[in-house]
Design a binder for this molecule. Structure first.
Ligand code: OVM
Length: 402
């Protein structure tokens, strides 16, 4: 970490690959190195810059004029490389093109729209937890809860047909891998890309969607002229890409957090309204979306470093969310803290448009658990699922005391 790049005086160089499997499995020591190295580091293995401090990540995310998304938020630079799929109109766009799709989706997924779903989702969560507990008190919380609940409520809310829903998680897993370098994780997904993309893209057509879901509301926005009919299917695709794996891993994160901090579960038991803070604290603590890139739109100065126009910068959301300069005792999952301001949902104009949906899913599931489950303990070794972007679990064996 002491070496300096010759052409970037005073910019610390880090030679580790952020997407190496051992770092993905346990990124915390690497994140500490990055934060301690300085405001910006040069990541030699990828040929990109990186930011890991809260102050810098927050500042860059709120400065879309200097740090664009339109060149892609993965390693691939769309100025030079063709995207592997048509670019997202939200994630991979900036104003002015970003504005209309964002406005439409903000309304479709907004708190007002969700009041219609709230009671139903609470009932669905109650039923799921009752069914799980009726079968056994030891469960693998990944398939049984973290995957089962979003898959029970979200595809219906979008208005998807039943057939092929098993494609949603593998498609999302591959898309989130594809933001990283072409490593073994991306390679392992290649075989199914055409099949999975074919299914997902087909579901975005108006005729494939029910007439009362998020998908139909996006198409209705094109009837009103708020977006074009060409934009509608790609906005539906954003729901199918970003709406499942993210919430699955957010729920896995909060369940893991409670198993690892039994005293915090007792706080939710005593006051189930703490479920909402618990989810945001888990999103801070685990950062289910660990990283996204931005691209410099001109020579941008950060401290002593000039990031040249067109260079990629890797934003370490997970590292920023545990920056001791911003957070007291950041490695603790603590319901007494105020987690607001975390960058786990991003920040600025691209901040997660589905965050109210995610919070409602979590509130429904945690409330159902809080009224039935007195203790959450590990019933075996949890196992990570590695992904280039997502902090994920393969297996979370839990004993749910009733
Ligand atoms: C999209 C998209 C894909 C992945 C992630 C995301 C976290 C959005 O297709 O718009 O946001």
């Amino acid at each position: 970490m002491s070496t300096l790049a010759a052409d970037h005086v005073a910019t610390p160089i880090n030679r580790s690959d952020p997407f190496a499997l051992d770092i993905l499995a346990d990124p915390h020591a690497f994140h500490r190195q990055l934060r301690d190295a300085g405001p910006v580091v040069y990541l030699d293995s990828l040929g990109v810059y990186g930011m890991a401090g809260y102050e810098q990540v927050h500042a860059a995310l709120t400065d879309w004029q200097s740090f664009q998304s339109a060149a892609g938020v993965g390693l691939s630079n769309f100025r030079f490389e063709k995207p592997w799929r048509p670019r997202s109109l939200l994630l991979e766009a900036d104003p002015p093109h970003h504005d209309a799709p964002r406005r439409v989706l903000t309304k479709v997924l907004g708190p007002r729209a969700l009041t219609r779903l709230r009671e139903k989702w609470i009932e669905d969560a109650d039923r799921l937890v009752d069914d799980v507990l009726a079968t056994s008190n030891t469960v693998d919380a990944v398939p049984a809860l973290a995957q089962a609940f979003p898959l029970r409520v979200f595809p219906d809310a979008v208005g998807l047909q039943q057939e092929g829903r098993e494609n949603l998680l593998p498609y999302g897993n591959h898309t989130f891998n594809a933001f990283g370098p072409h490593n073994s994780l991306v390679e392992a997904g290649q075989a199914r890309v055409a099949e999975l993309s074919g299914w997902v893209n087909a579901q975005c057509a108006r005729t494939m969607l029910t007439d009362d879901g998020f998908g139909a509301q996006i198409w209705a926005a094109s009837d009103r002229g708020d977006i074009t009919p060409e934009q509608a299917p790609l906005i539906v695709r954003s729901l199918l890409t970003a709406g499942v794996d993210t919430t699955v891993n957010g729920l896995a994160a909060v369940l893991y957090a409670f198993a690892a901090h039994p005293d915090q579960w007792q706080r939710v038991r005593a006051d189930p309204t703490r479920a909402r803070t618990a989810f945001d604290e888990a999103v801070r603590w685990e950062s289910p979306v660990q990283t996204f890139f931005r691209t410099a739109t001109s020579d941008v100065r950060i401290g002593e470093t000039i990031i040249p126009d067109g260079e990629k910068i890797l934003m370490f959301l997970g590292a920023a969310n545990r920056d001791p300069r911003r957070w007291t005792d950041p490695y603790a999952f603590d319901l007494h803290r105020d987690p607001s301001g975390h960058v786990g949902f991003g920040m600025g104009i691209h901040q997660c448009v589905g965050q109210h949906v995610a919070r409602l899913e979590s509130e429904a599931l945690l409330t159902a658990l809080a009224t039935r489950v007195s203790t959450i303990e590990f019933a075996g070794e949890p196992r990570r699922h590695l992904n280039n972007t997502l902090r994920s679990w393969e297996s979370l064996p839990l004993r749910l005391g009733t």
